[in-house]
Design a protein around this ligand. Structure first.
Ligand SMILES: *[C@@H]1O[C@H](CO)[C@@H](O)[C@H](O)[C@H]1NC(C)=O
Ligand SMILES: *[C@@H]1O[C@H](CO)[C@@H](O)[C@H](O)[C@H]1NC(C)=O
Length: 418
């Protein structure tokens, strides 16, 4: 998004820690068999066990509020040992803010969605997110049967002032994953989030596979997947059409691997924005390949604010095999990022950009400047290799650079900066 306020997201984590990490929510060692002796739990054989949310009061009729029933069912599943599935069968589950928190007993806990989760529209019910999966190890969130997470964002988008005001109140993110370890999210659609579709915060080893993410191209701050303070993220085989960044890699991430993602409409693939807040972490080891961009504002962008209060690093990244179709800024490093009209230009960005390779980038640009490298302190080790980006109309494309010191390899169109 253009005005991401991660401080608010951090505040959520601290607040959650107050509830969960620091004591109350843990389901302890009570087993499901103890709680529900008549369930299908089979402790002797250690067989996989499935809990159906409809047995815990969920209606799935699109009208009844299923928030409490889903949380009650989660609590039981979370307390069960072994290979556990929480089944959400076909139906439409209307829900307000819902927390699925661990720690859980299961060695593998699957949240199996076979229907639609539909968000309440009354904004006064929400904090910063709608559905939270947190403090779980070995969580699988899997869709079947056209599983959909519907944020019902259209009615709340008019209340979002973040695109124009720096001190805005954020709307709820559809699904927040926070402090999990070894998570897989697969085969699910997310539509019309009020704010971000998915946010990954402080997770270790997360795979996001075969997702369909959809919101109108003019919906505000509906980033597809936002990543912050995570290690080991894989995103693959996913299609993202939305109103803001397809994927945004925020501060403090290491080892992010993105493959076969189609993006558009939207603002493209973004590292950043970085360097806005105190204490931001480095972003390192980002590998992105085999993406298509169709009609997006940006293709590959690294953006950092000026006047950063903390020094940090954005380094060791490879972007390769990209096809751009009518993209405004196919490749852009912007270290003077500021989406507001009243930005100071006093200091250079405190974020150092280092060892970044863009390789095999082809297609068309919808603006004449197809490559923009606007560095603050000089970028170090930026390599551009094998580019062929034509202008979509008559005329050619060009490159623009500031403090870039880039190295060019192979065929280069647009031509390198002088
Ligand atoms: C839970 O574990 C504690 C310590 O391991 C034990 O004393 C207690 O009896 C257990 N409770 C149940 C319900 O198993
Ligand atoms: C540059 O980044 C790539 C990709 O992360 C990494 O494999 C390589 O070791 C880095 N090179 C240096 C000199 O750090």
């Amino acid at each position: 998004m253009e005005a991401r306020p991660p401080v608010l997201v951090i505040a959520v984590v601290v607040a959650l820690c107050g509830v969960s990490l620091c004591g109350v929510a843990a389901a302890g060692n009570v087993t499901a068999a103890q709680l529900f002796p008549t369930s299908s739990y089979d402790s002797y054989h250690g067989a996989p066990v499935t809990y159906n949310v409809k047995n815990y009061g969920a209606k799935g009729n699109g009208a009844a509020d299923d928030t409490k029933a889903l949380m009650a069912a989660w609590k039981v599943a979370c307390a069960a040992a072994g290979t556990v599935t929480l089944q959400v069968p076909p139906g439409t589950y209307y829900m307000g803010p819902t927390q699925f928190h661990g720690p859980c007993q299961a060695s593998s806990l699957t949240f199996l969605l076979q229907g639609t989760l539909k968000a309440a529209t009354d904004l006064s019910r929400f904090g910063n997110d709608w559905i939270e999966f947190g403090w779980v190890k070995g969580l699988i969130v899997a869709g079947q049967n056209g599983a959909t997470i519907d944020g019902q964002g259209a009615s709340s988008w008019p209340f979002n002032k973040c695109p124009v005001r720096k001190d805005c109140k954020v709307l709820p993110t559809s699904v927040l994953f926070v402090n999990n370890e070894n998570t897989v999210v697969k085969d699910i659609a997310s539509v019309n989030s009020k704010f971000f579709h998915f946010a990954l915060l402080q997770n270790k080893n997360t795979k996001m596979l075969n997702l369909r993410i959809n919101a109108p191209g003019n919906s505000p701050n509906t980033d597809g997947i936002h990543i912050e303070r995570c290690t080991g993220v894989v995103i693959a085989d996913t299609k993202i059409s939305t109103g803001d960044d397809c994927i945004s890699i925020g501060q403090g991430n290491d080892n992010v691997d993105i493959q076969r993602v189609n993006c558009g409409p939207g603002h493209g693939m973004s590292v950043g924005s970085l360097g806005r807040y105190v204490g931001e972490g480095d972003v390192t080891r980002v590998y992105v390949k085999d993406m298509n961009f169709d009609g997006t504002m940006n293709g590959l962008r690294i953006k950092t604010w000026e006047n950063s209060p903390t020094k940090s690093l954005a380094a060791h990244m490879v972007f390769e095999n990209m096809v751009m179709k009518d993209v405004e800024n196919p490749v852009i490093i912007d270290q003077k990022y500021c989406p507001y009209y009243n930005c100071e230009h006093k200091y250079v960005s405190g974020v150092t950009i280092k060892n970044i390779t863009f390789k095999n980038i082809k297609g068309t640009s919808s603006l004449p400047v197809a490559v923009m490298l606007r560095c603050g302190v000089p970028c170090q080790g930026v390599v551009l290799q094998d580019f062929d980006i034509k202008y979509k109309g008559a005329g050619g494309t060009s490159s623009k650079c500031e403090n870039a010191k880039a190295k060019y390899v192979g065929y280069m169109y647009p031509k390198p900066c002088p």
